[in-house]
Design a protein around this ligand. Structure first.
Ligand SMILES: Cc1cc2nc3c(=O)[nH]c(=O)nc-3n(C[C@H](O)[C@H](O)[C@H](O)COP(=O)(O)OP(=O)(O)OC[C@H]3O[C@@H](n4cnc5c(N)ncnc54)[C@H](O)[C@@H]3O)c2cc1C
Length: 472
């Protein structure tokens, strides 16, 4: 073979990298490249985007590691669909290898790249790396895609074995890395049109090294995961989602780690990794979910979509403390605990009666770990429009959720300074305080902290009517 080009995308690591492993196994001269894709970057709303900062830092680390191993990372800035075919032709390789993507826009880009490469006599291979089981590897006994999680999980656990979890890259093959004829530099973040962010203050450590440290820290508390994961005031979950998003950690390594311990904590955590695979296969089999409800009957819901209520939700001023604290944390840091994502998604759709796609879009713009498959799948779960979703008549009570999952109001006080002196008995529903109590604790409702924008009991009935009306 004349050589191969390993095109890094959402697999920004050396460890267990399937695309690089494949290129090194098949070719004696392997170049590596990453493209800051102007089509993706141009669509981002903020110039201070932590995701771009994360990628930029991770690419920098990857480049250093490849250089230490005797290769290099060619870093380009432009339209990937142009840059990759040009680069492959200029390097004279006969194959481009990349990690398989499952998002419709990425698939369209890859199809175009493959076509243009083919016209120059160059092959394009996309290999599975992001998930354990992809596409149709796991089907029901009737040969159909799973739409219910528990049987999917059982089948997943039955099938997973050494073959699926094997290392995809032999370190000894790294000697086949080649240095490009012309070295490229890593553009500054500002040259890409972005500003440095408060990534570190958000508790995020980028790169493969950051992923390893994050995982190591989590292993110290993983055995308590099942008992503690639902409490936002605790630091009980892994914080690895952004690393899963950009492939700074190998999903196979995570699964191997979880399986090697077999405690209740690791079993619960493994189930979350399986949810991740589940939503990837939903997206693969039903790409229409990016536009519409998975369940056809709920595509007919006539959402009132009140713009003012949506703005109150976005800005964390609904008057419901748990919802407001969550949105304020999201806006300030880009991080949000899973329990809170469920609570605010339920509140937006079933209390404020706003289309789940509005919330999905807002999360896509703000979450550090935004991932199309997981975000869409979970929004459809919360809105009861998805496969195996929360039944539409199970509507979270935002006050009860607050009492249950932040009983001491620790999380609420962290994000809502106006509630700092509100007595414990009132912190979850401060509007229930008498005027005298409000004055005494310095939290006058409507002045220091908003009055509830809706009445949960009333909205609950309206939501039920809305869903019932949509059903045949
Ligand atoms: C409305 C809503 C939107 C969401 N949007 C996203 C998103 O854009 N990106 C995203 O990665 N997760 C999303 N999630 C799922 C979940 O909230 C996050 O994965 C989790 O909070 C990340 O924190 P962690 O890394 O500490 O997770 P942990 O609890 O440590 O879980 C381990 C890993 O499993 C995966 N995972 C965990 N829960 C889920 C889940 N429910 N669905 C799919 N994968 C899961 C993640 O990769 C995570 O890193 C969403 C959930 C909801 C309810």
């Amino acid at each position: 073979m004349a050589g191969a080009l390993a095109w890094f995308r959402r697999d920004l690591r050396l460890d267990d990298n399937a695309a690089l492993g494949r290129a090194l196994a098949r070719s004696t001269r392997v170049f590596c490249a990453f493209v800051f894709d102007s089509e993706i970057l141009g669509a981002l709303e903020s110039r201070a985007d932590r995701r771009v900062d994360f990628i930029w830092r991770s690419v920098g680390e990857l480049r250093e590691r490849l250089q230490e191993a005797g290769g290099d990372l060619i870093v380009l800035h432009g339209r990937a669909r142009d840059e990759v075919p040009h680069l492959a032709a200029a390097l004279g390789v006969d194959e481009v290898v990349a990690a398989e993507d499952y998002e419709p826009a990425a698939l369209a880009r890859d199809a175009e790249v493959a076509e243009r490469l083919r016209a120059s006599g160059i092959g394009f291979t996309a290999v599975k790396d992001t998930v354990v089981f992809a596409k149709s590897e796991l089907l029901t006994q009737g040969g159909r895609p799973f739409t219910v999680f528990t049987p999917y999980k059982n089948a997943w656990l039955k099938l997973v074995g050494e073959a699926e979890l094997a290392q995809r890259l032999a370190e000894s093959d790294l000697k086949r890395l080649a240095r490009p004829p012309v070295a490229t530099r890593l553009p500054e973040l500002r040259e890409l049109g972005f500003e440095p962010t408060d990534l570190a203050a958000s508790g995020i450590r980028p790169g493969e090294r950051g992923a390893r440290e994050t995982l190591d820290d989590f292993l110290g508390r993983i055995d308590g995961y099942h008992a503690q994961r639902d409490f936002p005031a605790l630091d009980a979950t892994s914080g690895l989602a952004i690393h899963n998003r950009f492939g700074t950690v190998s999903i196979r390594r995570l699964v191997r780690t979880a399986r090697s311990r077999r405690t209740t904590g690791t079993d619960f955590w493994l189930a979350e990794l399986i949810w991740r695979d589940f939503f990837f296969q939903v997206l693969h089999h039903h790409p229409r979910v990016t536009q519409e409800a998975f369940r056809a009957e709920f595509a007919r819901i006539e959402w009132p979509n009140d713009e003012d209520l949506f703005a109150a939700w976005r800005e964390g001023r609904t008057g419901y403390p748990l919802v407001d604290a969550a949105l304020r944390q999201l806006n300030a840091t880009g991080n949000l605990h899973n329990r809170l994502r469920m609570v605010v998604a339920s509140f937006l759709t079933k209390d404020l009666l706003v289309d789940w796609r509005w919330g999905e879009r807002y999360f896509a713009a703000t979450l550090n770990d935004f991932d199309l498959a997981a975000n869409n799948g979970n929004w459809q779960w919360a809105a009861s429009t998805g496969c195996d979703a929360q039944p539409y008549f199970r509507i979270f009570n935002p006050v009860a959720q607050s009492q249950k999952f932040d009983a001491q109001g620790e999380y609420l006080r962290r994000w809502l300074p106006a509630l700092a002196n509100v007595p414990m008995k009132s912190i979850h529903a401060p509007w229930r305080m008498s005027p005298a109590e409000q004055a005494a604790c310095g939290c006058v409702i409507g002045h220091d902290y908003p009055a509830p924008v809706v009445d949960h009991a009333v909205q609950r009935e309206r939501a039920l009517a809305l869903y019932k009306r949509a059903r045949p």
